[in-house]
Design a protein around this ligand. Structure first.
Ligand SMILES: O=C(CO)[C@H](O)[C@H](O)COP(=O)(O)O
Length: 231
């Protein structure tokens, strides 16, 4: 049997100031593994948001959700020099961009997360060649708010199944409106990372919400014979 790997909880921090983001992360720190500096923070406050959040949480994995589409080397170097452990690129970007992201991450001994937003099945298959990346199945905020879509309903399942069958990486992340209610379905897909934003940051009690998510993951795997993909 494949040894069960832990599921990491990635806290997504969006649409707030850097200080609010740090305060939010402090409240939920015991219950989350990775901290994402959301695209909105990077757009509003620049790479300084990554630097300050890494300084505040030096022992956490910091994900810079820069969503690179071009200028890969320049943007990934900015993220890694600011202290990010993981930086994101859009899977729909040209191969040249994706390859430069991978190269830059390897040079810095950091990681690339490839966002599969609006990526075709054919391209998803192509992206599996990046075996040291994390593939992120992502339902966008606009699809959540205007089309009622949620993470867990899309086609990452096939990617995950193939990955297990081939006993190869990449790792899988899932993002987009994840809640306590949708989490069990998502966990059946054997992700390595679950990315949760609003369900924690907009909660009446963010720490309680994050704790419930952590407990649900623990309960799911202690009751389940499921195993996550070997990484
Ligand atoms: O990438 C993102 C936004 O572009 C967020 O990280 C992702 O959507 C998670 O946040 P939420 O749980 O609020 O959807």
């Amino acid at each position: 049997m494949t040894e069960q790997q832990p599921v990491r909880i990635q806290l997504a921090l969006d649409r707030m100031t850097i200080q609010e983001a740090i305060h939010m992360a402090q409240q939920v720190e015991p219950y989350v593994d990775w901290i994402e500096v959301g695209t909105s923070l990077i757009k509003e406050f620049g790479i300084e948001s990554v630097r300050q959040i890494k300084q505040a949480f030096p022992d956490k994995i910091i994900v810079a959700d820069i969503k690179t589409f071009d200028n890969a080397k320049y943007e990934f170097e900015l993220c890694f020099e600011a202290g990010a452990d993981v930086a994101t690129v859009m899977g729909a970007a040209p191969d040249a961009t994706l390859e430069l992201c991978m190269q830059t991450a390897r040079k810095y001994q950091r990681q690339t997360m490839i966002d599969l937003l609006n990526v075709s099945q054919e391209k998803r298959h192509h992206l599996k060649q990046y075996t040291d990346a994390i593939l992120c199945d992502h339902v966008s905020k606009d699809e959540q708010e205007h089309h009622g879509q949620v993470a867990g309903s899309s086609s990452i399942q096939q990617t995950t199944t193939d990955t297990i069958a081939n006993n190869s990486t990449p790792k899988i992340a899932v993002a987009g409106g994840i809640t306590l209610e949708t989490l069990p379905t998502i966990l059946q897909q054997s992700p390595t990372v679950v990315i949760v934003g609003s369900a924690i940051t907009q909660a009446h009690d963010p720490a309680e919400s994050a704790q419930q998510i952590r407990e649900l993951i623990h309960t799911f795997f202690s009751q389940s014979t499921n195993t996550t993909a070997s990484i």
